[in-house]
Ligand binder design. Structure first.
Ligand code: HEM
Length: 480
């Protein structure tokens, strides 16, 4: 058809397959950032007939996803995630419409403001004490402590559920499902997303692995909604409910079956809260790589808080360097470098370019946070960039996404990550491990390429800062 305006520029397309061979499988955000040099801030590609637009400038993301959010707030229908696995119930993939609005409303009512997060302070502070003790007892397994704590916070906030210390089946269920969600929503993950006709091939067909794994994933996608809901209902029936998101809304008068479905789906969408794991892991990595930043942060805690107690969320405003350090953690490696895909609901002409309805629009958050025009020497970890008379732009305005799909768990996420960083800095020294000859081992710094990107596994040496710090961890844990 005759186009009302040209498509945005982008790599040359081949007949039929379009840009299929231009799409990288690793660290797509870096390739897309390089495209900015060649094609500009809005880049158009077409993969087997599916148009995609990558935004390489935050201004473009605001102009389109925020200011024109009425048409840029749908999610794409992913054949693997939505149709074969059945993930379309979750808010992150929910199509723009009535149920989407109802789910966002529940999120807003429960954790939509900074002050609403105050209700979670006791949960956060209780869990952080267990977190420090777990690391003290088993520093090599700090990754497990991070995952367990993030899971426990979300399960308590959402269902009032207290997970077991080790091998809790619900925490494990969430971990597995979130990993599957992250893979299933990565651009380029499954050919069937680009060529939906492939969904009809039988499971035994060569290359049809997606067909073989989908039923198992679908079962977990169902279990994570039903199992914890049953738990809350049982507790309510016994009269021993621990207040939570689910109990609050189920206890309202006259909850219809449709409303219960919305409550159940919104609750299970809160597993998105596990994304804090990536930020906290990045924190440990950066503290090991940038000991100067670690020392400055510890000096601030010693001067303001002293050594007789742990930092608490009420101290946030008194610790500007910690605030800057946490911002730098969010910037240095964003949890979701390409955010979640938005989908355009109506043809649009933007900046003189034609963007057709159904285009998948992806904000390259990694690029916004590593643009030398916004952040000097962007690959360096430098919290000082956010201090002084001319602080650089707050990365939290980018890393939680845009418009009507902006992360609804942002307030809780910020509090969780802040507390994990501040409490760890108060009591631990984090450094590179040493080999038998006493030489420091340089870590391999790499990140996974899925939607939720984690640092590649690394070892680090975590020791209490002093005998007093060790005592403090044990005393605080006992006082829980
Ligand atoms: C460091 C932590 C976190 C980061 C960096 C983060 C980032 C993001 C990003 C980039 C998006 C996509 C926004 C867009 O499409 O423009 C998103 C969506 C979402 N996040 Fe978060 N998030 C975090 C923690 C949380 C927490 C704690 C929760 C829940 C308690 C949560 C729940 C969600 C949900 C449900 C969505 C989908 C929203 C929708 O599609 O309407 N996230 N998040």
């Amino acid at each position: 058809r005759r186009l009302p305006a040209p498509y945005p520029p982008g790599p040359k397309r081949l007949p039929l397959v379009g840009n299929v061979f231009d799409m990288p499988t690793k660290h797509m955000w870096k390739t897309v950032a390089d495209w900015a040099e060649l094609y500009g801030r809005i880049v158009y590609v077409n993969v087997l007939g599916q148009p995609l637009v990558f935004l390489n400038s935050a201004d473009a993301a605001y102009d389109m996803l925020d200011k024109k959010s009425l048409i840029y707030s749908d999610r794409p229908w992913l054949t693997m995630a939505c149709e074969l696995v059945g993930w379309d119930w979750t808010l992150g993939l929910k199509r723009f419409g009535q149920e989407f609005r109802a789910m966002r409303r529940l999120f807003r009512l429960y954790m939509g403001s900074r002050s609403s997060v105050e209700q979670f302070v006791p949960i956060e502070e209780y869990e952080i004490r267990g977190f420090l003790k777990r690391i003290l007892n088993n520093p090599d397994d700090f990754g497990e402590a991070i995952r367990r704590t993030a899971g426990a916070v979300i399960l308590k906030v959402t269902y009032g559920y207290e997970p077991k210390d080790h091998g809790d089946s619900l925490v494990e269920l969430i971990d597995r499902t979130m990993e599957q969600f992250s893979i299933a929503t990565s651009p380029n993950a499954f050919l069937v997303d680009a060529l939906s006709i492939l969904k009809h091939v039988p499971a035994w067909f060569p290359g049809a692995r997606f067909k073989r794994i989908a039923p198992g994933w679908a079962k977990l996608s169902n279990d994570i909604q039903e199992v914890p809901l049953r738990y809350v209902k049982d507790q309510m029936a016994k009269g021993s409910t621990v207040p939570s998101f689910t109990s609050r809304f189920l206890e309202e008068k006259h909850v219809t079956p449709e409303e219960e479905t919305v409550i159940k789906r919104t609750a299970a969408s809160m597993y998105g809260g596990k994304h804090t794991v990536s930020s906290v892991t990045t924190f440990f990595l950066t503290m090991m790589l940038y000991p100067e930043a670690q020392k400055k942060a510890q000096a601030e805690i010693d001067a303001v808080i002293g050594n007789d107690r742990l930092p608490s969320l009420a101290d946030m405003d008194k610790l500007p360097y910690i605030d800057a350090l946490v911002k730098e953690v969010f910037r240095w490696h964003p949890v979701a470098p390409l955010g979640l895909p938005h989908s355009l609901m109506k043809d649009d002409i933007h900046d003189g370019y034609f963007i057709p309805k159904g285009t998948i629009v992806i904000a390259n958050i990694w690029k916004f946070l590593h643009d030398p025009k916004t952040y000097a020497d962007p690959m360096m970890f430098n919290p000082d960039r956010f201090l002084g008379n001319q602080p650089e732009y707050d990365p939290r305005e980018y890393c939680f996404g845009f418009g009507r799909r902006v992360c609804p768990g942002r307030n809780l996420a910020e509090a969780s990550v802040w507390l994990s960083c501040a409490a760890s800095l108060a009591v631990f020294n984090i450094s590179k491990p040493v080999d038998v000859a006493g030489r420091q081992i340089e870590p391999v710094v790499d990140f996974s390429s899925a939607t939720i990107s984690h640092p590649a596994p690394f070892r680090c040496d975590i020791k209490p800062r002093s005998e007093n710090a060790r005592r403090l961890i044990l005393v605080e844990d006992e006082a829980k």
